[in-house]
Design a protein around this ligand. Sequence first.
Ligand code: KG4
Ligand code: ZN
Length: 336
Amino acid sequence: MKVLGIETSCDDTSVALYDSQSGVAENLVSSQVQMHNHFGGVVPELASRAHLVNLLPLVDHLLKSQNLELKDLDAVAVTAGPGLVGALLVGLSTGKALAMSADLPLVGIHHIEGHILANALTNEMVFPAMVLVVSGGHTEVIHMPEIGVYEKLGGTLDDAAGEAYDKTAKLLGLPYPGGPPIDQLAARGTPGRFKFPRPLQKDPRLVFSFSGLKTAVRLAVEKLPPPLNDQDVADVCYEVQEAIVDSLTDRLFRAARLKHVKAVYLAGGVAANSGLRQRTAREAKKRGLHFVAPEGVYCTDNAAMIAYAGWCHLNAGRCDGLDLDSFPRGTLTSWR
Ligand code: KG4
Ligand code: ZN
């Protein structure tokens, strides 16, 4: 079965082809980062307009490079939410039009389910599992007893982990999105120069809070003589990353113990973070838990994960009608 995937929930326009015989045939991502970087964050209307300009040419490019026509496909899978509604509508309308014109089944995908199932794109997943979803808009601990079954155990009370990276990067004068530069600079940082908070560590709930981190970083930066030199910035990045990774892995492994799972997984853009991947690998090994980090290209937003999730749903006999609506917010279990 050949499934065309479409992802436009935020600032990446992506199309992909998943073939159930051979895996991901192609995954194209057109990033809008440079445009939004100018404003220090994603501007929703500009994102929608850029999707409108880029999406159909990307589909066309993919079909040509795969030597396929629309009628050769078996289905269209498209992100229905959560995300920026205008951006989602561009992908959803395009997906519907393509499905209708070639008489193909259409399946709407929850963006977070796509991120989680990205773990299955290159390695078979082991269940029961605990998944830490960490992206620009989400930080959640999700128990997954088997494929397609999700139980949210906890989440952030304020900012998402990706937002914590993006906001602290902005304070340090680093570009948007802030995760990749902080990740790189942290590797050159000196441990111990700053101390940032790890809130809610003693809270029995599986909850996170990252909003205090940006204040702590701002106060630390204000105490340094301006302008900040490269080593100052690297040292702050090191401790920002430590604080975020400590909180994330504490809750992930607490949840893993609570539910006696066999495996832990990371999902979402922050799963690309080298500090988080290394720490999770180390802690999982200590506890005898299975862990393989998802491939970097499948951590940040991409349509391969959407096409694959679409195939899983179609395989289970589920698809949607042409009246499928988008949703800006909605949990994994409640949106359908
Ligand atoms: O999943 P994603 O691509 O988009 C959303 O669904 O939000 O995640 C984007 C987030 C951004 O906040 C970005 O800073 C973060 O993922 N990110 C990283 C890294 N690469 C991307 N955070 C930390 N380290 C990275 N290497
Ligand atoms: Zn995402």
